[in-house]
Design a protein around this ligand. Structure first.
Ligand code: MRU
Length: 364
């Protein structure tokens, strides 16, 4: 996507040095556009766990590059394989919910396993391949999801389609294009009238800070709302569809996504509003039969809830919003049961959230 007229991906290998990975440092958005250079496995672990970059697809690609940097560090060591396995474990532990991360690390380990003297070359090619796959998936999710928005636009005689989204599942959460926002960008390009209601997404405010910034850059009409507003809008006919991303989808279609997604799905079902998940097949974890109660849910620092952070005097400032000693809980994700999901938009097509339909998608 373009920032100030220049095309960017969220992550790329620095050429010609090939030992540095560049990322858009999301901690400073929407107020500053900063590129961070990452040159070691440890720096990549820190960037993922401290959310310099975030979003299911992107942390998968970042982990692949983290493994590439690990290969550069360990190549030639007599304990090469063991050291690499340890570094893989450290990467997987950075963020537990989005399965893309584990899939990418496993793929890297598998590729490097028998590469011998070609380990560096193979690791680089594999990481670049994972990056390209993520990018292609986003583009195709956009094309496949477009039909859903077009359908609603048609039934409304081409009046504005009102879409609610939660968290950030735009291009910043992937290499490019995104998942939930990919069909929205494309529909807008095709001239379909749209308005996007953006959940602020406490406590990290990915909606207010990132989704709103992305939509603004694309010139797409949007309004930021407090997280609890969606139900009211739905009851009053102001939402035509809900679309969110996912961090891990179980074999039966239960989908983990940013905390608060489940409540949106409940409200959508109560108001007969279609609720779609958009995610690449790399976000499915078919080793988990059903997601509710089983998908690991990341718990983050409670201070992310106790404090609110905002931009003032040219830097971020945090203020305490609760009694000094009140404890807080910070669950990062929740799981929306398959029965509340109207469809899952993937790069291979749209499927129903059930085991048979999901299997068919994987067979394509
Ligand atoms: O904690 P984050 O910001 O890494 O959360 C991941 C997400 O962006 C959301 O859950 C998103 O909707 C799915 S991943 C594109």
């Amino acid at each position: 996507m373009k920032v100030n007229g220049k095309s960017y991906r969220t992550i790329w290998m620095k050429e010609p040095d090939n030992s540095t990975v560049c990322i858009i440092d999301q901690r400073f958005l929407p107020h500053r556009f900063i590129i961070e250079e990452i040159s070691s496995h440890n720096e990549m672990c820190k960037a993922i766990s401290e959310m310099h970059l975030r979003g299911a697809g992107l942390i998968g690609v970042a982990a692949a590059y983290g493994m590439y940097l690990a290969v550069l560090e360990c190549f030639g060591s007599p304990n090469f394989e063991d050291e690499l396995k340890q570094k893989a474990k450290e990467l997987i532990a950075t963020r537990p919910t989005a399965v893309n991360l584990k899939h990418a690390v496993d793929k890297m380990l598998q590729a490097i396993k028998n590469a011998g003297n070609n380990a560096i070359k193979i690791a680089k090619q594999t990481a670049l391949g994972i990056e390209q796959e993520d990018l292609n998936a986003g583009r195709l999710i956009g094309e496949n999801g477009l039909s859903v928005i077009q359908g609603i636009s048609k039934t409304k005689n081409e009046e504005t389609v009102n879409i609610l989204t939660h968290c950030n599942a735009g291009w910043l959460a992937f290499v490019d294009y995104g998942s939930a926002l990919a069909p929205i960008y494309l529909a807008h390009k095709k001239g379909i009238k749209l308005h996007v209601w953006v959940d602020e997404t406490r406590p990290r405010n990915q909606g207010a800070m990132l989704t709103a910034w992305e939509l603004q850059n694309e010139g797409i009409s949007h309004t930021i709302i407090a997280d609890n507003t969606g139900g009211h809008l739905m009851q009053n006919g102001l939402i035509d569809m809900v679309i969110t991303g996912a961090d891990r989808i179980a074999a039966n279609g239960d989908a983990a996504n940013k905390i608060g997604t489940y409540l949106k799905a409940l409200a959508a079902a109560d108001n007969n509003i279609p609720f779609y998940i958009a995610a690449p097949t790399s976000s499915f974890d078919r080793s988990i039969k059903q997601g509710v109660g089983t998908i690991p849910v990341e718990q983050r620092n409670p201070d992310e809830v106790r404090y609110v952070t905002g931009w003032a005097d040219n830097h971020w400032q945090s203020v305490l919003i609760c009694p000094e000693n009140s404890p807080a809980a910070n669950y990062g994700f929740d799981v929306t049961p398959a029965r509340l999901i109207s469809g899952i938009i993937t790069e291979k097509g749209i499927c129903k959230a059930n085991i048979d339909d999901i299997c068919k998608i994987f067979d394509r």
